[in-house]
Design a protein around this ligand. Structure first.
Ligand code: HEM
Length: 472
């Protein structure tokens, strides 16, 4: 055989190998996995070559865009449309294929799970699961805790956990109260004579951002705040704050902010930058959205606003709420839980099976991603009863674990070793700000408010959260 023929033959073999590899990925593997799940009773919309179910999902979303605008919470007692609004393909396919079903994002299998028992088991098995690779999230969050895996995650989680211990939370409550007081004073000036309408979404974004910047960057809060404003230049700005931190003499010996804590840990400069970014940006967005939804709901269901205020007045007697006393505000806590149930700021969690695992009688092939649509679980009538879609804080009267038929069905922060690290801080800030505003003002949701929840990393009111306030 001459050289040219040999080259052609090698090229032919190479092309055949590549083609068979590609066919395995986009055709043979998906069909094999689909059958594997079908044999175990897990059905789904069926794999289509290359695209999986992406086209079906796009079509379901397009249909949603043609749907009439949502009724405002004051027009309809029920929020039943929420899960359909945020992830329309989930209720569409779960009605057809059952609580857990298989769908395909391109050639990658996604097991959509809404069975709380299966989810509980999965959340408690950190060694078998790791957080899903999420390139857009990684760009924002770098190598930080939420996107770390394995031993690296365990090490960082251990280092970072003391940031939110009891003593730290007490200190933070003072920072939150001081910033909220400033906002209440400013509002009081506007509300002196007349009712005052304001988009609380922007107000709470500002407030939560200020608080996060002070807690993370201490004296350098103003510079730290730029991180939120200059999303695209995140890297540069965070580095700038940190460069200042590393200049000898630029910080007092024992500054009591996150940055001081992180600088004294074993984390590298790059890791510290990433964690600062999570705490100063990702954290405050979730809190401000939870606060916005709480005001929209309490401004509509004013009977619960009155109940919460009565309790606050009885317990606090006009004094400023403290970290210790928040635990005694039972109705306020019920209202916050019910808000996080109906409008979870993070409506979706995910895990990926590192290797083949057996879970609740199911054999799961390694590489399968679990999509956990928190919002769909929070609206499941089988778990929450027939009034699942209604705002009824009394379901939390005996605590979160007794609020539904399954003790772990309430999962705005998820459960298990990988649950939200900032949960106690977030609940502290939401409760404190709500209590302080309820002490000073009454409010109703404005007729100008348009109910349009959207999902953009967090779940937010798409057209603002207009609330009308009156001074008490
Ligand atoms: C209402 C507010 C918040 C909600 C609803 C929320 C929700 C969540 C959820 C659902 C997760 C994913 C958990 C999982 O994959 O199992 C998470 C992770 C995380 N959250 Fe939050 N979060 C909130 C506020 C915050 C705040 C204020 C901070 C920081 C100051 C924070 C820091 C984190 C971190 C570091 C993780 C990753 C934990 C890990 O992977 O070990 N969160 N959060």
């Amino acid at each position: 055989m001459d050289l040219v023929s040999l080259v052609y033959l090698s090229l032919g073999i190479f092309t055949l190998c590549m083609l068979s590899k590609a066919l395995t990925v986009v055709w043979w593997n998906p069909l094999r996995i689909q059958k594997h799940f079908l044999d175990q009773g897990i059905r789904g919309p069926g794999y289509s070559l290359l695209f999986g179910n992406l086209k079906d999902i796009a079509q379901i979303h397009r249909q949603l865009q043609r749907a009439p605008p949502l009724p405002s919470p004051s027009e309809s007692k029920s929020h039943h449309y929420m899960a359909e609004r945020i992830f329309p393909h989930v209720p569409f396919w779960s009605t057809k294929y059952g609580k857990n079903f298989l769908l395909w994002i391109g050639p990658s299998p996604f097991l959509v799970v809404t069975d709380p028992e299966l989810i509980k088991r999965m959340f408690n098995e950190p060694h078998h699961y790791f957080i899903t690779e999420n390139p857009p999230l990684r760009r924002v969050l770098g190598q930080s805790l939420p996107v770390s895996v394995g031993d690296e995650w365990a090490n960082k989680r251990r280092i970072l956990s003391p940031l939110f211990n009891m003593e730290a939370l007490k200190d933070m409550s003072q920072i939150i109260a001081k910033a909220t007081n400033k906002m209440v004073d400013r509002w009081s000036k506007f509300i002196k004579l007349n009712d005052w309408e304001v988009d609380v979404q922007h107000e709470f974004e500002d407030l939560a951002e200020n608080i996060a910047a002070i807690i993370v960057f201490g004296k350098n809060a103003e510079l730290g705040k730029q991180i939120g404003h200059l999303q695209l230049k995140l890297q540069d700005v965070t580095s700038k704050v940190l460069r200042i931190a590393y200049v000898p003499g630029s910080r007092d010996e024992q500054e009591n902010d996150f940055l001081g804590f992180l600088l004294s840990s074993t984390l590298t400069q790059e890791q510290i930058e990433d964690e600062c970014r999570v705490f100063s940006t990702a954290g405050y967005d979730t809190i401000s959205m939870a606060l916005s939804w709480a005001f929209i709901l309490l401004g509509t269901h004013t009977e619960w606003q009155d109940k919460a205020r009565e309790e606050i007045d009885e317990v606090l007697k006009g004094n400023q709420p403290s970290f210790e006393i928040l635990g005694r505000l039972k109705i306020l806590n019920m209202v916050v839980n019910e808000t996080l149930r109906l409008y979870p700021p993070v409506p979706l969690a995910a895990r990926e099976a590192k290797k083949d695992v057996r879970l609740e009688g199911l054999d799961i092939p390694g590489g399968t991603t679990f999509a956990i649509p928190i919002i769909a679980i929070h609206y499941d009538k089988e778990v929450w009863g027939d009034n699942a879609a209604e705002f009824d804080p009394s379901r939390f009267a005996q605590g979160a674990s007794k609020s539904a038929k399954h003790p772990k069905a309430f999962m705005p922060f998820t459960h298990g070793p990988r649950m939200c690290l900032g949960m106690n801080f977030a609940l502290l800030e939401i409760r404190l700000v709500l209590a302080m505003i309820l002490q000073s003002f009454t409010f109703v949701t404005s007729p100008t408010y348009k109910h349009d929840p959207v999902h953009a990393l967090t779940m937010k009111p798409g057209k603002g959260a207009q609330i009308i306030f009156k001074k008490i």
